[in-house]
Structures are given as structure tokens and as C-alpha cells.
Design a protein around this ligand. Structure first.
Ligand code: CIZ
Ligand code: SF4
Length: 319
């Protein structure tokens, strides 16, 4: 309504005045995605967000997503100011992989190349040889496999198991999971597919193997968006955060999108398929960050310089 319009107008003014560009993840609320796109910013997955922020000339990057995305932006752009609407927006994968335990695990396996998912702290990235996202994980692991390297993988065990199966690489897996994707259930998905026999199933590989096994397309959020746009089908069952429906509806307005079933959806957990940390991002929080400078990301320069190495390796590999 009028209130939202006023809020957006104020944010636009401040973005311009502060030479700032808004980069948003597919999982944040529609209003933020729409604002990013209509203000010269960008909406995508964590790989493309990092690349866009790195290549954009603005002196301030506003990252609407979760903490590790803001940290990655800061690590790649130490000279830029990086703001987030909500600094407390973390990730269960990051929380489940604290640096002290992770470093000890790496120390126990010095013969392994350390590959970490983007969803980790700056300190964990600084301990890694490679960083990957779900868009490029399989290609990078296959490349390392071809060089005869053994891999230590962290933190997502479902994505790790999927990549291990796809590539046949020797991978030792950390025991972490995404609280959103882990809730998708294979048996319930089978039942839903019987109700919608023509629907194509799209699954993010952070989902359990029983869900991934039933998917027509397994891939990153960007890959899933492409699939909805390009596949010759008009019905899709989608196993990832439902924030992504915004972009899917935009690119394929006539197609029917169905949320993949989660465990408690009918009873206690109406919004299982929505990340509680992504949901902390809002127009109001963004305005507050712009007005006060709150939410600025700082990364220790020594840790940042070390963490930049595995991130740049990935960016070079995927160029
Ligand atoms: O689940 C996430 O946080 C994802 C999919 C991140 C990403 O790579 O965009
Ligand atoms: Fe982390 Fe999962 Fe939320 Fe992504 S959706 S930020 S992996 S908890």
C-alpha cells in the first residue's frame, strides 16, 4: 500500500545518496527482491551475488540474505562498505561448523584437500583450499578427483553425499545440514507426485537423498529457476525455500508451482520451507541499516585475505 511505497521511495533515495547497490538472494521476501531489481541491483544465488557485487562499481554493497553472503562480499571487496539489513541472520550450516572443531578435523586429515560450501564463516573459509556453491560443486570436485586428490567436505552432508555419488570422488563428510531443506520428506513427496502425475520435481541437493532421488532436476537455485522457465511442463513440485517462487512466477507466469511436502507442515510448522534467517530481512530493516549504518559487516583483514584465496579459486574456475 501507500506505506510500502513511501518506505521504498525513501530506500531508493538513500541507495542513490550513498552510492549503494542492493543485492538480494532468491529466498528473501518478494518486496526486497522486487526492490533490488527495480533499483539497478540484482537477485540471484550466492555465487552470482558474489560475482555481481564484486564487479559492480558502487562503493557500498547492501546484501539482503544471510551473514555468510555479506562476509563473502566483504572478503572480495575489502575497500567497499558492506551492509546487511540484519546481522543476526545466520545459517544452520554456518552454526554447525565452528572454526575450532573444523580446524581440528582438518588437522586430523592433512592428506585431504579441504573444500567448503559457501555457507560457512570467514574463518572456516580461511582454513579451506576451495570454496564452492551448489552451482559449481560437482564440477570442482570432479576436477580435484581427476587430479587424484582426496577431499574433506564441509559442512552440508546431503549436498556432500550427492556430489560424492555424482563424481565418485573420495570424500570425507562433515555432519551438517540445512534446517529448511532437511525437512523435505521422501514418502510424502511420493504421495504428492501421485496426486500430480504430470508435475516435474525440482530439488535442491541440500535435501535428503530420498527427495533428491525422485527429482527430475537436481540443482542450485538458479538451475531450478531456469528449469521452470525452460522445461516443457506446466506443473512443478519444488523442494527448496519458497522465497524462490517470486522469481519463478516472474519468469513463468502461467506455470503451476507446488511446494514439496515437509514433515510438520500441516500441524506445527506452517512455514517449514522458509528459512527463518532469510525471513529476518525486510524493507524496514533495510531502511534502518541505510539510515544508521547499522548492519555493517566487518571481517578481520588477516582472515579475510586468507579466505579470499578459496573464493577466488572458485570464481576463476567458473569464469
Ligand atoms: O540454501 C542456501 O542458502 C542456498 C541455496 C544458497 C545459495 O547457494 O544460493
Ligand atoms: Fe542456511 Fe538453509 Fe537458511 Fe540457506 S536456507 S541460509 S542453507 S539455513
Amino acid at each position: 500500500g501507500a506505506e510500502r511505497a513511501a518506505l521504498e521511495a525513501r530506500i531508493r533515495e538513500l541507495l542513490k545518496a550513498q552510492d549503494a547497490v542492493l543485492v538480494a538472494h532468491y529466498y528473501v521476501e518478494d518486496a526486497l527482491q522486487a526492490l533490488a531489481e527495480s533499483s539497478g541491483g540484482y537477485v540471484s544465488d550466492s555465487l552470482d551475488m558474489a560475482r555481481f557485487g564484486h564487479e559492480h562499481p558502487a562503493s557500498t554493497l547492501i546484501v539482503a540474505g544471510v551473514r555468510f553472503m555479506g562476509e563473502t562480499a566483504k572478503i572480495l571487496n575489502p575497500e567497499k562498505r558492506v551492509l546487511m539489513p540484519e546481522l543476526e541472520a545466520t545459517c544452520s550450516l554456518d552454526l554447525g561448523c565452528p572454526i575450532d572443531r573444523f580446524a581440528a578435523f582438518c588437522d586430523q586429515h592433512p592428506d585431504r584437500t579441504v573444500v567448503v560450501y559457501a555457507n560457512t564463516s570467514a574463518a572456516v573459509k580461511a582454513r579451506a583450499d576451495w570454496m564452492v556453491t551448489s552451482s559449481c560443486a560437482a564440477d570442482i570436485v570432479a576436477h580435484l578427483r581427476d587430479q587424484g586428490q582426496k577431499i574433506l567436505w564441509a559442512p552440508d552432508k546431503h549436498l556432500g553425499a550427492y556430489i560424492k555419488e555424482q563424481t565418485g570422488a573420495d570424500m570425507l563428510l562433515w555432519d551438517g545440514a540445512c534446517i529448511v531443506h532437511e525437512e523435505f520428506k521422501g514418502a510424502e513427496l511420493e504421495a504428492l507426485r501421485r496426486e500430480h502425475p504430470r508435475a516435474k520435481v525440482l530439488a535442491h541437493p541440500e535435501s535428503p537423498a530420498s527427495v533428491v532421488a525422485q527429482a527430475d532436476v537436481v540443482g542450485s537455485t538458479s538451475r531450478m529457476v531456469q528449469a521452470v522457465r525452460d522445461m516443457d511442463a506446466d506443473e512443478f513440485i519444488v523442494a527448496t525455500d519458497r522465497g524462490i517462487f517470486h522469481k519463478m512466477r516472474q519468469l513463468a507466469p502461467g506455470k503451476r508451482l507446488i511446494e514439496a511436502p515437509t514433515a510438520g507442515k500441516s500441524a506445527t510448522c506452517r512455514s517449514c520451507a522458509h528459512c527463518p534467517w532469510m525471513a529476518m530481512n525486510s524493507l524496514t530493516a533495510l531502511l534502518h541499516a541505510l539510515e544508521t549504518g547499522a548492519g555493517e559487516i566487518h571481517v578481520d583483514p588477516v582472515i579475510g585475505a586468507r579466505a579470499r584465496i578459496p573464493i577466488e579459486r572458485m570464481l576463476d574456475f567458473t569464469r
